[in-house]
Design a protein around this ligand. Structure first.
Ligand SMILES: Nc1ncnc2c1ncn2[C@@H]1O[C@H](COP(=O)(O)OP(=O)(O)OP(=O)(O)O)[C@@H](O)[C@H]1O
Ligand SMILES: [Mg+2]
Length: 303
């Protein structure tokens, strides 16, 4: 289990991470989701002791990362897959990790097989790796010590859809065997596929957290009709909250109630379905828009 308690990280006057608290539970894959610059990497760097917290604390299985004697055996870390030494081969990089952690030699070949890198690929220099191959190698380095906890920053970045499915299965198996996985992403759909639980961060602050099913279920119903105004009126009379979307409404009620209300009001529907994360998506898009506006403002001020 990973526990983050009121973690704050300041760079001078700028607060990159602002009183962030969450837990990543054992046996679950927790997705850490936020737009660019939200504070995901900063939080993870603090977690693994690469940068000190301004205040608050992080514990991994009850201890701080710095207290771990041979950390690779307890926490597998993948922070920046492109930071690997470009002149070394994949096998060399993994062998260094194996030796540093004092592991049996056979672990190198086993781990390469586990992440789907062939002998040929392992013999190539990392500078000739595709992004997806780098991610697999980074994951191999994280896994080689057989840790119980994985902390992975954007591990699916650069993977194609089959690669993302492969990673989902690998992380699922890891969590089902009693492991804890925390992985970050700036893409909602990528993380939706992989994670059980979600922690959403925007501008350094946690804006939502819960199980994926809870967060998706909170999204209500999507309904489309040519007669949006009449349907909205009927729903408001039934004290149901609606918000407009293109050609229809997002409704805070289940599809059955929306269908019955439409029927009673004599409104013909074109589409009626659970919103399945549309609420989450809207929230995420708002966060993203907010962040890019801020960046533009900051750049404008600097110019
Ligand atoms: N060493 C640093 N000095 C000053 N500011 C920093 C430093 N590191 C990060 N920041 C700032 O902290 C904020 C959070 O950055 P961080 O890298 O944690 O975001 P992120 O969520 O990982 O984004 P991305 O999706 O782009 O990877 C950004 O505004 C960034 O510019
Ligand atoms: Mg980052």
């Amino acid at each position: 289990m990973i526990s983050v308690e009121s973690l704050t990280k300041q760079y001078g006057p700028f607060t990159a991470v602002d009183h962030v608290s969450f837990t990543a539970e054992t046996g679950r894959v927790t997705g850490f989701l936020g737009p660019n610059g939200a504070g995901k990497s900063t939080t993870m760097r603090v977690m693994v002791g690469l940068t000190p917290a301004s205040s608050g604390r992080v514990t991994v299985s009850g201890r701080s990362y710095r207290e771990l004697v041979n950390p690779g055996l307890e926490v597998g870390v993948l922070l920046d897959a492109s930071a690997q030494h470009a002149g070394r081969t994949g096998r060399e990089i993994l062998t260094i990790a194996q030796q540093t952690m004092g592991l049996p030699r056979a672990r190198v070949a086993e781990t390469l097989a586990r992440v789907g890198l062939t002998e040929d690929e392992a013999a190539r220099r990392v500078r000739d790796y595709s992004l997806g191959m780098r991610q697999r190698l980074g994951l191999a380095t994280a896994l080689i010590g057989e840790p119980e906890v994985l902390i992975l920053d954007e591990p699916a970045n650069g993977l194609d859809p089959a690669g993302i499915r492969w990673m989902r299965d690998l992380l699922r198996g890891f969590a089902d065997a009693g492991g804890t996985v925390l992985l970050s992403s700036h893409l909602l759909h990528e993380i939706e596929v992989i994670a059980d639980d979600l922690v959403v961060i925007g501008q350094g602050k946690i804006v939502a957290q819960g199980s994926k099913s809870e967060l998706l279920a909170a999204a209500g119903t999507l309904v489309r009709t040519a007669d949006v105004d009449r349907l909205a009126r009927a729903l408001h009379e039934a004290s149901v909250v609606t918000s407009p979307i293109d050609g229809g409404l997002r409704v805070d009620a289940d599809p059955e109630l929306v269908g019955e209300t439409a029927h009673r009001a004599g409104v013909v529907l074109r589409e009626l379905r659970p919103a399945d994360g549309a609420g989450l998506e809207e929230m995420f898009l708002e966060l993203t828009a907010l962040t890019s506006r801020d960046d533009t403002a900051r750049e404008g001020a600097a110019a």
